[in-house]
Design a protein around this ligand. Structure first.
Ligand SMILES: [Zn+2]
Length: 267
């Protein structure tokens, strides 16, 4: 999920990675890549997605290189953030085997997710957003990010800073029926925003990056981030849940809502 900056309910300008990593040339078929990798006995992770029959963009190939640990692509220090339309964002992710958590592979995925989230910058990221179909989320909100938002907005959203959270196999449940409507954005749907109704109080249980059980009681904006990121793990983007006529380009964020749209704020 994207962070907030200058404008009321604005959740972030177009990120630098998006500007720099646009696909520029046709890429070979992903099926061939997988096949080659298999034949040359690369260490392929168990969670590799089933080969599909369509071609991937060069962005996806770059990601696949990172994903597969292919020689030249190892130089990439940061995975690309996957954009809406890639099936990995629209299909459920699989649980991480607790026995795998301590592995170098899973620890690197987590490190990469944190780096990618901070670089974007965003306040949350789910593993499918870097092309990994695993149930892992990271989230963090800082004083600095929050300082860019107007005070009245921070108050309305009940937004407070919290330290980095890494949650593996999260299970989310609402703790009350209270909800709120606010604009939100997503690093995978960059440049757009829409109003989404979310629960105000949630509880999330799961495992931390050491494999120890954790429980997070969250309210307000943190609860929204958790719901947004957990949705990613079920293949759901915010656009699947938005109030449709509120969908807009980020530069139109401060324009009034269309007639008939529900008011922003708690219900
Ligand atoms: Zn998102």
């Amino acid at each position: 999920m994207e962070t907030s900056y200058r404008f009321s309910f604005r959740l972030f300008p177009i990120s630098l990675p998006e500007r720099c990593l646009k696909p520029s040339s046709p890429a070979p078929n992903f099926r061939k890549l997988i096949y080659r990798a298999t034949c040359s006995s690369y260490n392929i992770p168990k969670f590799i997605p089933a080969p599909k029959t369509y071609s991937f963009s060069s962005t996806s190939i770059a990601r696949a290189g990172w994903f597969l640990g292919l020689g030249e692509q190892k130089k990439l220090s940061l995975p690309t953030i996957v954009k809406a339309g890639d099936p990995v964002l629209h299909e459920p992710a699989r649980e991480v085997d607790p026995k795998e958590i301590g592995s170098e592979k899973i620890q690197k995925i987590i490190d990469d997710m944190v780096l990618a989230m901070r670089k974007a910058p965003g306040v949350g990221l789910a593993a499918p957003q870097i092309g990994i179909p695993l149930r892992i989320i990271v989230l963090e909100d800082t004083k600095e990010y929050i300082s860019y938002a107007p005070k009245e907005e921070i108050k309305a959203q009940d937004r407070r800073p919290f330290d980095l959270l890494v949650i593996i196999n999260p299970k989310l449940k609402s703790k009350s029926n209270k909800t709120a409507l606010f604009f939100e954005g997503c690093l995978s749907v960059d440049g757009f925003r829409a109003v989404v109704e979310r629960y105000l109080d949630v509880e999330v249980t799961g495992l931390d990056r050491d494999g120890s059980p954790i429980k997070v009681d969250a309210s307000g904006w943190q609860a929204r981030i958790l719901q947004h990121e957990c949705d990613h793990l079920d293949g759901t983007l915010y656009v699947d849940k938005m109030v449709p006529r509120t969908f807009r380009a980020a530069e139109n964020l401060t324009l009034p809502l269309a007639e008939g749209c529900p008011k922003l704020g708690a219900r």
